[in-house]
Design a protein around this ligand. Sequence first.
Ligand SMILES: [Zn+2]
Length: 321
Amino acid sequence: MKQHDVLEILGQQIKPGENATLSFNVAKLHTQNSIDVPIIIERSKKKGPTVLITAGIHGDEVNGVEIVRQIISKEINKPKCGTIICIPVINVFGFIRMDRVFPDGRDLNRVFPGTASGSLASRVAHLLITEIVPHADLIIDFHTGGADRFNAAQIRIVKNQPDLYKLATVFGAPFIFYSKNLNKSFRNTCYKMGIPMLLFEGGKSFNIDTTITNSGVNGVKRVLNHFNMLRTKFKVSKPKRDVVKILDSKWIRANYSGMFKPAVKLNAFVTKGTVLGNITDPYGSFNHFVKAPIDGFIFNVNESPIIYQGDAIFHISTKIK
Ligand SMILES: [Zn+2]
């Protein structure tokens, strides 16, 4: 554990018992307005771990931002010991433009670790990796599903990492989904630096869902409690059911283009042949039922009312533990 006496971030010193709001100074908008990427730091006088909580790497993933916002506004981020650093919106540029990517079209999560002289996204990645990440003992990074594909609340980790698996279980989201680290992603860079990350996926873009938000906030409380960092005024709830570990999965794709209505509830376990939804055309001439090809948990549902043949419409587990 990195028991910081004095924490120095972006040239500013923050002592135990102090708090600070700092900002990355990366680039201005084209209108010359300055852009702040607020970094909210809370330190206890008591020594303890440093937890970094981030969201908004993708500017359209508002639900993650809402989770970190609640953690700050409820003062869950004022630790009993150690330090909590919150960055609710890493990609402020995308968030302003209501866009997943940076103004130059780059996906921040594919340019890590970044460079000081690279593209705008690359510079933001570089600052995050050099100034903030090295101080952290654990990172919790919040994401949502892409477009209309609604993710069940899940923690994504790589296989064969017992410590990470333990923390993912403590977090208590309904699912742990084993997924490989993508090249040049935030998670992969932190992994190479030896800093564990719990990557949360839940909900879909441009959406705030109460169940997903609660799952994220409760998970953070459980993890902080595990490190004895959560103040006693907060109650820690047990997960409603045992965490399901998804070792492997597949996407069920649409066999027809048309109007799509899912019938299955997210998080449900379905047996082979269960009707998951139906696809119709606007003229009342056909109605195709989509059936489960195997037994499994449905942990992503495409909520788009219009789909094309080949679109991913359900994510189903193929191997669980
Ligand atoms: Zn994302």
